[in-house]
Design a protein around this ligand. Structure first.
Ligand code: 6PG
Length: 229
């Protein structure tokens, strides 16, 4: 595990954008607000995204037109900044069916794309103050899902309290590279629990340990302020 502590949120976004712009193959994107700047910067850094397939590490089970939809955010921050002929393939969660069906469909499609033993080339992940990542919330049964590639989360553990679809830990842990983007004092305790020594394994983020892939944690000084050396 490598932890890079950067000066501030903008430096985290710049470093993450550098890695995202260099990505090839299958990439799972994080939702929420932290990665927004990363996606905008990555679109500035790279104009031709053909050959890349974007997935969502998790999605809120909402119409794509809703601002809380992660797909809506990715479209606004990344895709709309690219010319039409250079956009990546973007695999959306089917929010037109029930959340269980959407999760089964998404997991099936990802498995078909990667192959039974395949892994994502890159997974960008965020960290919630409660230690959740993607939509794997502390104490929820989906954290332990080790068969299906995606799981339905009927009750999210944090705002927005809408059903979610999330990729599961085995998928993240088969990724070639997992990059966490963490910024802000409000994430300091979750950072210490997830990436401290020893990690607190009640935090779902502490269970993301790709092998033989690489784990890189990008954090600003505020988020890393309680991380012991
Ligand atoms: C989501 C995200 C979630 C997010 C964390 C951090 O759909 O909400 O995937 O896991 O990464 O909640 O969110 P912020 O970056 O907004 O703090």
């Amino acid at each position: 595990m490598n932890v890079e502590v950067l000066a501030d949120k903008e430096a985290v976004a710049q470093r993450a954008a550098e890695l995202l712009a260099a990505a090839t193959g299958h990439v799972a994107l994080a939702g929420g607000s932290t990665p927004k700047r990363t996606y905008a910067l990555a679109a500035e850094r790279r104009s031709d995204w053909r050959g890349v397939t974007l997935w969502l590490g998790d999605e809120r089970h909402l119409p794509l037109t809703y601002p809380d939809s992660n797909a809506c955010m990715v479209r606004e921050e990344l895709l709309t900044r690219l010319s039409r002929e250079n956009v990546p393939r973007f695999e959306l969660v089917d929010t037109g069916c029930d959340v269980e069906g959407a999760a089964a469909d998404y997991g099936r499609r990802l498995r078909a794309a990667l192959g039974d033993d395949g892994g994502l080339d890159l997974a960008l992940m965020g960290l919630g103050p409660d230690g959740h990542t993607a939509s794997l919330f502390p104490g929820k049964p989906e954290v332990g899902e080790d068969h299906h590639w995606a799981a339905a989360v009927p009750e999210a553990g944090m705002e927005p309290h809408v059903p979610r679809v999330t990729l599961t830990l085995p998928v993240f842990n088969r990724a070639k590279l997992v990059v966490f983007l963490v910024a802000g004092e409000d994430k300091a305790e979750a950072m210490a629990r997830a990436f401290g020594d020893p990690p607190d394994t009640t935090s779902p983020a502490a269970l993301v340990r790709p092998a033989p892939g690489t784990l890189l944690v990008l954090a600003d000084e505020a988020a890393a302020s309680r991380l012991t050396a």
